[in-house]
Write a protein that binds this ligand. Sequence first.
Ligand code: FES
Length: 515
Amino acid sequence: MVLRDGARKSLWQETVTGFLPAVEPKQQHFDVVIVGGGITGITLGVELQRSGKKCVLLEAQTLGFGTTGGTTAHLNTLMDTPYTDIIKNFGLENAKMVATAAREAINLVKQNVETYAIDCGFEEVPGYLFSQNETQTSELEDIHEACQKVGVGCSFVDELPVPISYQKVLRIERQAKFHPLRYIQKMAEVFEKEGGVIIESCRVTNTGKGEHDIEVEATTGKFYGQHVVFATHIPIGVNLIHFRCAAYRSYAMAVRLEDGQYPEGLVYDMYDPYHYYRTQTIDGENYLIAGGDDHRTGEETNTNGCFLKLESHVRSHFNVSQVVSQWSSQYFEPADGLPYIGHLPGNPENVLVATGYGGNGITYSHVATITLSELILTGKSRYENVFRPGRIKPVAGFTEFVKHNAEVVKQFVGRWLGQDKLHEAADLASGEGRLVKYEGESLALYKDDSGVLHAVNPACTHVKCAVAWNAAEKSWDCPCHGARYSVDGEVLTGPASRDLEKIELRTLVDKEENA
Ligand code: FES
């Protein structure tokens, strides 16, 4: 089984074996240094390597450790940001570009699956978006009209492949699904076969302009590239991008159904956050995957409760015989609804980024592959303007979005300075974590299953917001820009590139016991 950035196991993790990179190279100079071994980095690597670029892929943990191992792997041309909003905020021509890019992305996945004979359960299926009240129906009609304008094939139908009541159903043609880890593992093999180099357990901590190329500092040494791409879900360092993306957690579960009525297609309701349902067949076994109950990272104190809510929702509609796995994962919502793909602001021209995918990460990973490979190989891309990270769109909600980020910091500082005593730690149940204050020391405390306390400084190493406990995934999550850490402070998710400071707790406990 491969590892992931949380304590719970996703369906994908349990149905693959690990990937072992070939021998590490001696060289340090490459055409392209790709940072991040998720679906974006690996697919881009294959594309560039096949076009004659010599690439190295640096992964802080193991391939698929981040959201690629926790996604629910929907491939859509109907994006989470409705085309009504994209047309309103970016104009009809740009909205058409988004629809074309999404179609091209799904085609690229399909082409890779066929070319490299990837056994990942890829299947083109219809999508279904359904309304359940008058407001949603009116919104659905607007979405239908916008889809017609941008060229996304869809129509109203009087059927829904899940046993849930509806007012109106929009069926969208040629969406798709697959097993994300089986896909990337095979793509990683292809990357190496084409001459690419993969280095795992190699965390990039800094980049800067070298004499000729970009210098990349990593925990295993220095690398140099004519281009550097941050395919890390969110870039490291402190960047404008971090103030234009908000981190969210999403909850998912895979179940078996008593009656065997697994739905065909990808199905979505229209609540905010919305629920989604789809089927995946793995090694001859069917699973219903359902998800929802999203919230801003670090803002929900009862993350286990989110699973209970989702499970009760799923059980109210489906005849569940067994819950196979439950897991949560992270995504970054862009302020104006479109991802940021292209030049990373504040860096030399040849430092690129792909982030802010929202809930369409798998589709946008391939949009990024297409856009970034075009930029690197030819200096321009058909999609560079619409996804340009440097854009500033004064769209409705942007001010609120930024303000919300600031309020999180304020709210957190208040909680961080609470008057809790360390003796509260003794009250921690096994498996529980909490922030406490003791003799001027702020501590993030966790008691493991054998009763041992783990303490770290709760100040996030990105820009010092205080982290919050995530009980479901047993991690410390930062509410400001989404960095996440293990119970011992090790970075699980950027933008932080340094671990939380580990605190020697034993002396503090002893001190109290002797008082
Ligand atoms: Fe930015 Fe924690 S992620 S302060």
